[in-house]
Structures are given as structure tokens and as C-alpha cells.
Ligand binder design. Structure first.
Ligand SMILES: [Zn+2]
Length: 144
């Protein structure tokens, strides 16, 4: 079983500790082993699969949206095979944030985002990264 299947299964069985460990392992592997350079098609398949199977407030979804938007161009969104409108909206919001950063209008330190699932509030507060706050109204993860 690969990490993605295990992650989804851990979520479905509410095995929070296992889910958190797999989330953190995935993010670590992704960032440290050049997985971010997988093809656009594979990335889209992965993103769509995760989008179908994980709750919208999981930081994993925002991680994949952020990585996708950093690596690929907005026009490639048309290559998604019928992306759900909520996924499309989240990608467009992220592109909008990136455009703002590029224009230095807000100067957000967007590379300082933390995508780990921390075991406790104390551990989270000791982490220097910005953490996601999911906004159900806009279906988007904001970092602060
Ligand atoms: Zn953190």
C-alpha cells in the first residue's frame, strides 16, 4: 500500500496519530526528494484523488494546491478532467495569492508555510512556520 492510500485509510478510520505521521512523512518526502517535479498530469491525478477522499480542511489539500500552483501554469487547469468547481476555486485563489506576492503588494512570506500536522498545540506554537486556518465560507486555507 502506498503512502497516499494509507493516508486516506487512516483518515477514514479516524486514526489521527497515524494520519498525522503519514501527512508529515509525505510532506517531508515531497520536499526533500524532488517529488515536486513529477509531471503535471501525475500531479493533477494526485490532487484530484486526494480532493475526492480527504476533508476540505486538511492541510494536505492546501499543500498539494500550493505545490501545484507553484509548479504549473493556470492554463493547465483546463487539462484537469472535469475538476470539481471547489478544487478549481481553491487553485484560483492560490494563484491570486501568488500574483499578489509576486507584485509585492502584501509581501507575504509564503515559503514559510508549515504543512505538518502537529501532535499538540504546544508543539504547534513552538514551530516557527505559519499554519493553515481553514475558512469554510470560502473553502480555502489561509496561513497566519
Ligand atoms: Zn508547524
Amino acid at each position: 500500500m502506498n503512502c497516499v492510500s494509507a493516508l486516506i485509510m487512516a483518515n477514514e478510520f479516524c486514526a489521527l496519530n497515524v494520519y498525522n505521521a503519514l501527512n508529515n512523512y509525505f510532506v517531508d518526502q515531497w520536499c526533500n526528494h524532488d517529488m515536486r517535479y513529477i509531471s503535471a498530469v501525475d500531479m493533477q491525478d494526485l490532487l484530484e484523488y486526494m480532493w475526492e477522499h480527504l476533508p476540505r480542511d486538511k492541510v494536505m489539500l492546501q499543500f498539494l494546491v500550493d505545490e501545484y500552483c507553484l509548479a504549473y501554469h493556470l492554463l493547465e487547469l483546463s487539462d484537469f478532467e472535469g475538476p470539481s468547481s471547489s478544487l478549481l476555486v481553491r487553485c484560483v485563489k492560490r494563484f491570486s495569492e501568488l500574483r499578489d506576492v509576486a507584485g509585492e503588494r502584501h509581501g507575504l512570506p509564503f515559503r514559510n508555510r508549515c504543512y505538518l500536522e502537529h501532535a499538540s498545540l504546544d508543539e504547534k506554537q513552538e514551530c516557527a512556520g505559519m499554519h493553515m486556518v481553514y475558512d469554510e465560507r470560502t473553502s480555502h486555507g489561509y496561513f497566519r
